[in-house]
Design a protein around this ligand. Structure first.
Ligand code: S3P
Length: 437
């Protein structure tokens, strides 16, 4: 069974919407809740396939987890040394975050295990975590070219390292910090540019000390995590589709409620503002150690920009949506320094360029980004390559297209945004979902 979208052109986005819970924070809430002593209660948990894959893996590792029921999850923590050897291969599905973070966490266990994933995940690079973890004494076997499946051998003990990350990756940083909980001495990670810091924030919320000095983050092994309550904010990466949709569609005025606006995630807000978007952050507050706000977005005329390189890691998941904003802007938008987009759930540079060109947009892919000349475009058929964010980005593109947009292979939208079609339709997008046998 495959899922496709048919989106009629036109419409505007209005109303007050709450998008599902933050994916990154949902993963981490299960992981740290499992390793804590005591019971962790989570609210606002993302009931998407990626976060559920993490949940099922921890169940297979012997952790009792109740839920999710309307975003509520209860995790009965087993303590840092309480995980049990699984009697099955651990399946991360489409989720790179599950695989990389869990790889770090399992590297320090005394038992062996095997991690796998779907076709997309089995093409993604894992050497970026396996290599530094090996320096800590972990034994991780990857398949050809550093890809999954992975086999992790139980080790007697890890040792702390001081690692300079060659790529700005929160997943690599988090994998090493999680391994560092099991290592002797200090584990320090230096990042070339700031990346999302949810692991650091949540470790602290669980009472685990984390030292941060500029771009160097350290933990010392052998501590304990104390259970706590976690309130997961709405995912800014899911809200981003509505931010772009409302910005491009005349007559739009939406308020996205309770959105996580962690400074390491707000690149999309900053880039849209540079393009002339009308975004207002209302009611700023804190929830579960993370800053949140309601984001009001009204239609505005956008202009093309050169995207500042320092904003790239802070908006890394939002480029499919931002490319649609660029296609609607007056003038040229240039993105560089974003070669990481080529190793996401799909090659997001090529796949977005192909889709934009299918609609008649002048989009030129480069090795590390894209040059997009804004203007009007038509309808057409777009291939999402099973990438959730490509599918949702092109759905929003229909708001200003000259004809209907058909998008194939959309089932994976459920990995990060269950209920996308219903919520988008409620907001005013003319979207219909088709199940094909
Ligand atoms: C994530 C980090 C980012 C991001 C991914 C989630 C995380 O990946 O693209 O969707 O939760 O740590 P990289 O660390 O590979 O940039």
């Amino acid at each position: 069974m495959t899922v496709s979208y048919h989106v009629d052109p036109g419409g505007a986005l209005t109303g007050s919407l709450r998008v599902p819970g933050d994916k990154s924070i949902s993963h981490r809430s299960i992981m740290l809740g499992a390793l804590a002593e005591g019971t962790t209660r989570i609210t606002g948990f993302l009931e998407g396939e990626d976060a559920l894959a993490t949940m099922n893996i921890f169940r297979a590792l012997g952790v009792e987890i109740e839920g999710p029921v309307q975003g509520r999850v209860t995790v009965r923590g087993v303590g840092l040394n309480g995980l049990k050897a699984p009697n099955q291969v651990l399946d991360c599905g489409n989720s790179g975050t599950s695989m990389r973070l869990i790889c770090g966490l399992l590297a320090g266990q005394s038992f062996d295990c095997r991690l796998t994933g779907d076709d997309s995940l089995r093409r993604r690079p894992m050497g970026r975590v396996a290599t530094p973890l090996a320096r800590m004494g972990a034994e991780i076997q990857t398949s050809e070219q550093g890809r999954p499946p992975l086999t992790i051998r139980g080790t007697a003990g890890l040792r702390g390292v001081d690692y300079e990350m060659p790529v700005a990756s929160a997943q690599v940083k988090s994998a090493l910090l999680l391994a560092g909980l099991y290592a002797s001495g200090r584990t320090c990670v230096t990042e070339p540019a700031p990346t999302r810091d949810h692991t650091e924030r949540m470790l602290r919320a669980f009472g685990y000390p984390v030292e941060v000095n500029d771009n160097r983050i350290c933990v010392t092994g052998g501590g304990r995590l104390a259970a706590c309550d976690i309130e997961v904010p709405a995912d800014i990466s899911s809200a981003a589709f509505f931010m772009v949709g409302a910005s491009i569609a005349p007559g739009s005025d939406v308020t996205l409620t309770h959105v996580g606006i962690n400074p390491t995630r707000i690149g999309v807000v900053e880039i849209l503002r540079l393009m002339g978007a009308d975004l207002t952050l209302l009611n700023p507050r804190t929830a579960g150690g993370e800053p949140v706000a309601d984001v009001r977005v009204r239609h505005a005329r956008l202009r093309g920009v050169g995207i500042p390189p320092d904003l790239v890691p802070l908006a890394i998941d939002e480029f499919p949506a931002l490319f649609i904003a660029a296609a609607n802007a007056e003038g040229v938008t240039v993105l560089g320094g974003a070669e990481e987009l080529r190793v996401k759930e799909s090659d997001r540079i090529q796949v977005m360029a192909d889709g934009l060109r299918a609609l008649g947009v002048d989009a030129r892919p480069t090795a590390d980004g894209m040059v997009i000349v804004g203007g009007s475009y038509g309808g057409g058929a777009v291939e999402s390559h099973g990438d959730h964010r490509i599918a949702m980005a092109f759905a929003m593109a229909a708001l200003t297209a000259g004809g209907a947009i058909a998008i194939d292979d959309c089932a994976n939208v459920a990995t990060s945004f269950p209920g996308f079609v219903q919520l988008a339709r409620q907001a005013g997008l003319r979207i219909a979902e088709k199940l094909n046998r």
